[in-house]
Write a protein of this length. Structure first.
Ligand SMILES: *Cc1c(COP(=O)(O)O)cnc(C)c1O
Length: 422
């Protein structure tokens, strides 16, 4: 039994049965899963959720599956880190990092959306799943397909980081490299879904896929002790996660599980791909697509499918947006690692760098709780750190050589003796 009612077009409101579908046939707006919230009242409670598994499936009642989960048994329920050392450095009172660099099995937020989409693909009777990906989605789809025993076809731009490609290929999917950027890959995948009858998780299973992203927001609220952070800073690529964290907060408010503190949502992008940040800062409702050029490849989507809704939710919530340069992204990766022991990829660096800029701009006040969404792991993108560290010359395994090295370090640290200036 589930609380799912139908699929509904976000603009014209036309309703459809639960079926593979991307958009409404009438007005081409995205379709979204509808639930019977009245029936949930008194049944979906803090207690019922707390009694669930330590995975994203503890929120199963708020997800669009009918039977038992088919994968993602260990996905989600990642750490919410109270980042006191980083907070002190930034001069803010209360700062949290929601850390999906620790997600399972593929170390990014994508394990959430894929857990739901692959379970749904099996419910619909598909035997092949696929995706259009900037890297992390391919990795996650390949892993979950292996867990569930499905075939997979993952389509990616040709120039992704090697760590993502190797990790993805280890699971045995059919990897297809496309000569083009993500938007070219996505366009092709829409045709593939129709022609081959496969479950392309972010195309014809998109309404189910996107619902999985709500679990990121549910976890933030539950892990803060059933409260919402006043300010949430979220990376924006295709525009799935920001509106879905917002929806998660609103669902918890509607069910009476948290108090409505009017949470504000903030978008984070790289300077080299910032259509949403540009539109928000210009006060525009529509964005202009871009050709991406940034080290933050996992969020390099120049024509975001749900960008319109990202702008809407940022505005409606009283939030804002900004973007960060590649050097700012790298500095933020190092700052997060040095203060909190979290090694994130450029997408996470982007989010922290943008949070810092929004705090400095005065858009996010220093005395209210802030949550920064870290969505991916740095071990997959080590080439982003090329040239960051000095060469380390090996020394012989002798204590004398170690002593000499320590002494040389000390000398290098000491201020130059006055005599040398004479
Ligand atoms: C996919 C992704 C995002 C956000 O993508 P949306 O399409 O906006 O949901 C953020 N960070 C990482 C690391 C990602 O892989």
């Amino acid at each position: 039994m589930s609380y799912v009612k139908s699929l509904k077009a976000k603009e014209c409101g036309a309703e459809y049965p639960i079926e593979p579908r991307t958009i409404c046939d009438l007005d081409f707006s995205p379709v979204e899963v509808q639930y019977d919230y009245d029936a949930m009242k008194g049944k979906v409670t803090r207690q019922s959720i707390e009694a669930g598994p330590q995975s994203l499936w503890r929120y199963k009642d708020l997800l669009p599956i009918e039977g038992e989960p088919k994968t993602g048994f260990h996905s989600g329920w990642t750490p919410l880190v109270k980042a006191d050392r980083l907070a002190k450095k930034l001069g803010v009172d209360e700062l949290y990092i929601k850390d999906d660099s620790a997600n399972y099995p593929s170390y990014s937020y994508k394990d959430r959306v894929v857990s739901v989409a692959v379970t749904k693909a099996i419910e619909f009777g598909f035997d092949t799943v696929g995706c259009a990906s900037t890297g992390n989605l391919a990795h996650s789809v390949a892993a979950h397909a292996a867990i569930a025993g499905l075939d997979s076809f993952v389509m990616v731009p040709h120039d992704l980081e090697e760590g993502k490609i190797v990790a993805t290929r280890s699971f045995g999917p059919q990897l297809v490299k496309i000569k083009g950027n993500y938007d070219d890959v996505n366009r092709l995948c829409a045709q593939i879904a129709d022609k081959y009858g496969w479950a392309i998780v972010n195309v014809n299973l998109r309404p189910f896929y996107t619902e999985g992203a709500k679990t990121y927001g549910f976890e933030i609220a539950e892990q803060m002790g059933w409260q919402l952070p006043k300010h949430t800073v979220v990376p924006v690529a295709g525009g799935t996660i920001l509106p879905k964290i917002w929806k998660a907060y609103q669902e918890f408010i509607q069910l009476g599980l948290v108090e409505d503190n009017k949470p504000a949502m903030y978008g984070a992008q790289a300077d080299g791909c910032n259509p949403i940040s540009k539109a928000v800062r210009a006060g525009e409702e529509l964005f202009h697509p871009q050709k991406p050029d940034t080290i933050a490849k996992s969020i390099a989507i120049g024509n975001p499918a749900d960008g319109y809704y990202v702008i809407q939710h940022i505005k409606e919530s009283g939030g804002y947006a900004t973007s960060a340069s590649d050097p700012e992204i790298i500095s933020a990766i190092r700052l997060l690692a040095e203060t909190e022991g979290i090694f994130t990829e450029p997408a996470g660096g982007t989010t922290l760098a943008c949070a810092i800029k929004l705090i400095e701009e005065g858009k996010i006040p220093r005395d209210e709780p802030i949550c920064v969404c870290v969505t991916g792991n740095g071990l997959k993108t080590i080439e982003a750190m090329d040239g960051q560290f000095e060469h380390v010359e090996p020394i012989p395994a002798k204590i004398g050589d170690f002593d000499a090295m320590v002494n040389a370090m000390k000398e290098a640290d000491e201020p130059a003796p006055a005599a040398t200036n004479a």
